[in-house]
Design a protein around this ligand. Structure first.
Ligand code: ADP
Ligand code: ZN
Length: 364
């Protein structure tokens, strides 16, 4: 039932192993890459549920794993968190030719990747993503980062992992809300570049979310394949990689307007953001209305939010949202850059969207 996707980046190419139970194979998959002590960075939630299984597999493979357990949450992705982690990593005695494992969600992956990229001018790292978001998005493509007072993910490096091990069975312990938030990024791949995949998700997405492992493996593998293709064409985001930002300009503005709080998870912001991007595309006469309706229907059916009205608490005002968007993006002559669609599966970038049209959409 498992699949392997290769991210092709010449000498930095690496495999993503996807399947239920891959965590049990982690030790043997990592073995050929490891020299000396093996630091494994995780958070307390993941440690409670999945660390023991990982340690069994490394022990079986004869590896000397050294767990480093951090506090969960975005707060850990900070300069203070980075300082603490780099000190702990150095303390394990991991060498220039060693490798560091990130076992957790996007927070652990982003922070650990950055720490590995900085340590001794760059040592190898492996990703074992344990959230759906991390499996289909943040563990693919080599972006690492921490947050600063000026904003999220503003300090970081491109540092590709040597291997990614995505165990779809570990997703079963993820809170439903986190699982759904990750699914928004899965649906994004359909919306941005693959209508047939979107149609497959209409038929099988709910099943995957409800624990059907073979459906989940397919959803994760296809998502990774699409991201890997885009990253292989444009590793440093000078072109095509921007399409992965579908729904993110609106989504980031909603996250900022709700204070990056429990009111809205990243994936929930992306779900609403994609619905808005599709509606904007319809409004500009670029996309058939049925496609936007159909996409929103799917979001609703699986249990994701699809409109600003779905955000709990006071409704973020159009002006506040626009302010956050302007902060995020260059505005030239009253026009902004957006990823829009000509239909489900056909995203493109344009820098010709009038702010007035965006304001009207946000006010509707
Ligand atoms: P993301 O991957 O969505 O960026 P985080 O790294 O913040 O997010 O993970 C989201 C939350 O889920 C954290 O509280 C984390 O500890 C928890 N978590 C991660 N993986 C699992 C899992 N497999 N089972 C249960 N909880 C998990
Ligand atoms: Zn995202």
């Amino acid at each position: 039932m498992s699949e392997t996707v290769i991210v092709s980046l010449a000498e930095r190419s690496y495999p993503i192993h996807i399947g239920p139970g891959e965590l049990k194979r982690a030790g043997s998959l990592l073995k050929p890459l490891v020299l000396g002590p093996l630091p494994v960075v995780t958070d307390t939630n993941v440690a409670k549920i999945h660390l023991a299984n990982f340690l069994l597999s490394t022990e079986d493979a004869g590896l000397d794993a050294r767990p480093i357990v951090l506090e969960p949450g975005e707060g850990t992705k900070s300069f203070a968190g980075l300082e603490r982690l780099t000190n702990e990593l150095l303390h394990t005695g991991v060498g220039r030719d060693g490798i560091v494992v990130a076992l957790g969600g996007g927070v652990i992956g982003d922070l650990t990747g950055l720490a590995a990229g900085l340590l001794k001018r760059g040592i190898a790292f492996a990703q074992i993503p344990t959230t759906l978001l991390a499996q289909v998005d943040s563990s693919v493509g080599g972006k690492t980062a921490i947050n600063t007072a000026a904003g999220k993910n503003l300090v970081g490096l491109f540092h590709q992992p040597r291997i990614v091990i995505a165990d779809t069975a570990v997703l079963q312990t993820l809170p439903r809300r986190e699982l759904l938030a990750g699914y928004a990024e899965v649906a994004k791949y359909g919306a941005l570049g693959d209508r047939a995949f979107f149609e497959w998700l209409e038929a099988n997405g709910a099943k995957a979310l409800d624990g059907d492992n073979s459906a989940m493996v397919r959803a994760v593998a296809h998502s990774c394949r699409m991201k890997a293709d885009i990253v292989a064409r444009d590793e440093r985001e000078t072109g095509d990689r921007a399409l992965l930002n579908l729904g993110h300009t609106f989504g980031h503005a909603l996250e900022a307007a709700t204070g990056y709080s429990d009111r809205l998870l990243h994936g929930e912001g992306v779900a609403i953001g994609m619905a808005l991007a599709l509606q904007l595309s319809v409004k500009l006469g670029l996309c058939p209305g049925q496609d936007a309706d159909r996409f929103m229907r799917h979001l609703k059916r699986v249990g994701l939010p699809s409109s600003i009205a779905d955000v709990s608490g006071p409704r973020p005002s159009p002006d506040v949202l626009l302010e956050h968007m302007a902060h995020d993006k260059k505005v030239k002559n009253g026009r902004m850059t957006f990823v829009l669609v000509r239909g489900i599966g056909q995203a493109f970038t344009t820098s010709d969207v009038r702010i007035d049209d965006v304001r009207a959409l946000l006010s509707a």
